[in-house]
Write a protein that binds this ligand. Structure first.
Ligand code: PHE
Length: 512
């Protein structure tokens, strides 16, 4: 007597030596789920007790048009509508739409002609359809294709052999149905069949019984079995069994990237600051020594507030220091931009075009070294959207205020940061910003995306730092957050981050 786990016992019990049984039959006989039967059969096969044979079959079902055709093929409906009964009887083609009650009769005519049921000929300038002998014969006998479709409508879905068993001449039908893919759906189905091996037959002949199978040993079992709990069989875990994927709720990928960026800067000893999204041009442009006629300030690049138009400026001493720096350099050692600075322009409210306004506010609030500050926030530019640009996006800006700070500190910090975010390589290129000297653009490389521009950077000019009372070097940089998300998720289109593409959102891996 061999004791077997329930599943295996049931399968062996359903098999007889020399017989081949389909899995579908075992499912029906034992009332066990198909995936469980297969799991049990696989275990038996591994132990050499059962053989599994797979045959792949094509299964047919009908499309909507196919179900329509099951009530009468278009060409048959046309034949009836035309009222043709005897070979060589004719009808005018133009009458067909009216008789069938539809405008487009191209399909009907095509199949009438292709099946040779009718010929098309002109009689006194008008197209006529003539019934052929084949057509007359067809009036009294359905074609194999028609029986095929009718049977399939009854059966729902069936394989070739199932249709043949139902009396359909499958070969002839499929020949006739060539080119009518709009009627049929085909799907591959795998049929699995089981049979006992010799070892399996021997085992069964020796007698088999079902073991009590448990997942877990409980105190109750220990008591109930009074020491006989050793009779039970513990069900083995099969971590390889396929299950349906689960998609629990999770953070939006962009939100996750924002958290990772914050974490990275915290780890490098930075403090985080917040700054107004709607700010005065003073903090967005003027304090950054950006001249008031700078093209970036123009309406076509920057969104200006309609209501209220103006905001409050900081204390007059600071405003005057900035004004002097723009006009003649003040006491920064520069000659300034040499124009008349207009305080009204500085009061204008804008949707900030960069988060560098946060850096400059932080510097003004406390210029004493050493400090490391960053800000992440929404920024806006009147820009056409494309693969790498959005009109509403996010930026990360940072500054390092430190007596010892050099360009090498800046490059080292940025390289470390972007590599943390998934860049394979980081590259710097000379650039220009009104508020930094020297300036550099930072590029990061990521697999198939190649080199992407990540941020602008540099050392704040004395015209920026001096009026705020800062006398030591200030390293500064600012760049797109969505670009970092592109690196992190290997995205080739920035817009994807703002579309509710549920498949992508589900699949996006939040951790490493
Ligand atoms: N503000 C610049 C931009 O938006 C980036 C930058 C920040 C450059 C700080 C230099 C220093 O592109």
């Amino acid at each position: 007597m061999t004791r077997l786990p329930e599943l295996e016992y049931r399968i062996l019990a359903a098999l007889e030596p020399g017989k081949v049984v389909s899995v579908a039959d075992i499912v029906e006989q034992t009332g066990t789920d198909q995936s469980l039967v297969m799991a049990g059969a696989t275990m038996l096969a591994q132990r050499g007790l059962v053989t599994i044979v797979e045959e792949s079959l094509e299964e047919f079902s009908l499309t909507d048009l196919g179900r329509e055709a099951a009530k009468g093929f278009p060409e048959r409906k046309a034949l009836v509508a035309l009222g043709l009964k005897k070979t060589d009887e004719k009808a005018e083609l133009v009458e067909l739409p009216g008789r069938l009650g539809k405008d487009d009769v191209r399909a009907e005519v095509k199949w009438l002609l292709r099946k040779g049921w009718c010929n098309r000929l002109q009689v006194s300038f008008f197209d006529h359809l003539f019934l052929t002998q084949t057509g007359e014969a067809a009036l009294n006998a359905k074609g194999a294709d028609e029986s095929f479709v009718e049977k399939l409508a009854e059966m729902g879905r069936a394989t070739e052999s199932e249709l043949a068993a139902a009396g359909v001449d499958v070969k002839a039908a499929l020949e006739l149905l060539k080119g009518r893919n709009e009627l049929l759906k085909r799907k591959k189905r795998v049929n699995r069949k089981l049979s006992l091996t010799e070892a399996g037959a021997t085992l069964k002949a020796g007698g088999i019984e079902q073991a009590i199978e448990v997942n877990q040993l409980t105190p109750e079992m220990l008591i109930r079995h009074k020491g006989n709990w050793g009779d039970v069989v513990f069900r083995k875990y099969d971590p390889g069994l396929a299950t349906a994927p689960k998609y629990p709720g999770k953070e939006h990928p962009l939100q996750r990237v924002i958290q990772e960026i914050r974490q990275a800067f915290f780890e490098m000893g930075f403090e985080e600051v917040a700054s107004p999204t709607v700010d005065t041009a003073f903090w967005v442009f003027d304090a950054l020594f950006q001249p008031q006629d700078h093209p970036a300030r123009e309406m076509q690049d920057t969104f200006y507030m309609a209501e209220p138009k103006c905001g409050r400026l900081p204390d007059d001493k600071l405003v005057q220091a900035i004004a002097r720096t723009h006009e003649n350099g003040g006491d920064t050692g520069s000659t300034g931009w040499r124009y008349k600075w207009d305080i009204e322009k500085a009061r204008q409210l804008v949707l900030r075009t960069h988060t560098t306004s946060a850096s400059i506010r932080a510097l003004a609030a406390n210029p004493n070294p050493p400090r490391k500050v960053f800000c992440i926030g929404k920024t806006f530019r009147r820009e056409a959207t494309d693969q790498t640009h959005l009109a509403e996006f996010m930026q990360i800006d940072g500054i390092i205020i430190d007596e010892q700070a050099t360009l090498a500190t800046l490059f080292g910090t940025l390289e470390a940061f972007y590599k943390k975010m998934g860049a394979e390589e980081v590259r710097f290129r000379p650039s220009f910003f009104p508020y930094t000297e020297p300036s550099a653009e930072v590029f990061a490389k990521m697999g198939k995306l190649g080199w992407i521009e990540m941020c602008g950077s540099g050392v704040f000019r004395p015209e920026v730092t001096r009026p705020l009372g800062c006398k030591v070097p200030v390293l500064a940089w600012g760049g797109g957050v969505e670009r970092i998300a592109m690196l992190r998720f290997g995205l080739d289109d920035i817009r994807k981050l703002y579309l509710a593409d549920i498949d992508w959102l589900r699949r996006a891996r939040l951790s490493g």
